[in-house]
Write a protein that binds this ligand. Structure first.
Ligand SMILES: C[S@@+](CC[C@H](N)C(=O)[O-])C[C@H]1O[C@@H](n2cnc3c(N)ncnc32)[C@H](O)[C@@H]1O
Length: 204
């Protein structure tokens, strides 16, 4: 496994994770796309554009990192994108791409500084993974989504097995907060033969 990827999956706290992304930010795109064959950004955006046809839609890229998902969305002419991430050095890389309407430092495990019903769609690629953000963050993503909005996200397969994603997703369905459009296992880090669960839900 690529050493930065290994370290990113094995940090002991958020401070260590932030430090890892500070050091990794400039080489992140090369390492994940060219070396480990990461496709989380493209599979999420490809699935979203199947459902979201308005290219002016306001999209939140939650855990945007260096902006790979923003770049993918931009290829489909979506350009009303807000990015959030807790790593300022990752946001600085995203900013250089001139894709995002705005970029903010924010912690997805806390209450977000957005009004209820703010976004037409939310993309969260590669961020529901070991030691990063757990399933409780889905409640907050739903809060900031408009009714009828889409939330598309990946969950690394070993994290899916470890944390109560299934339970949380069912809880959100039972509370009539969203319903499933598609959910399936698919390639994630192709060169490392790691899969993820790819999910798209529509908010009520
Ligand atoms: C594997 S990267 C994925 C980045 C991007 N979405 C992509 O597809 O390349 C995970 C990102 O999650 C961010 N992250 C981790 N924990 C976070 C948290 N609690 N709140 C916000 N962002 C977080 C990291 O800073 C990093 O940019």
């Amino acid at each position: 496994m690529h050493p930065h990827v290994f370290n990113a999956l094995h940090t002991s706290d958020q401070k260590e994770l932030e430090e890892l992304y500070r050091v990794w930010a400039t080489n992140y795109d090369h390492d994940v796309v060219d070396v480990i064959g990461y496709v989380g950004h493209s599979i999420t955006t490809n699935l979203l554009v199947k459902y979201l046809h308005n290219t002016k839609a306001k999209i939140l890229d939650a855990g945007c990192g260096t902006g790979l998902a923003g770049e993918s969305l931009n290829k489909f002419f979506y350009n009303n994108i807000v990015g959030i991430d807790f790593s300022q050095p990752m946001l600085d890389q995203a900013s250089k791409k001139n894709i995002y309407k705005s970029l903010f430092q924010a912690d997805l495990t806390k209450t977000l500084e957005f009004e209820d019903n703010s976004f037409d769609a939310i993309v969260c690629a590669g961020t529901f993974t070991c030691g990063h953000v757990g399933p409780r963050a889905l409640f907050e993503l739903i809060r900031v989504s408009k009714a009828g909005g889409y939330i598309v996200f990946t969950v690394r397969e070993q994290e899916w097995d470890l944390l109560p994603y299934d339970k949380t997703i069912v809880e959100l369905e039972e509370k009539h907060l969203w319903h499933c459009l598609e959910r399936f296992s698919t390639e994630y880090n192709v060169a490392e033969e790691v899969n993820c669960e790819l999910c798209i839900y529509q908010v009520h």
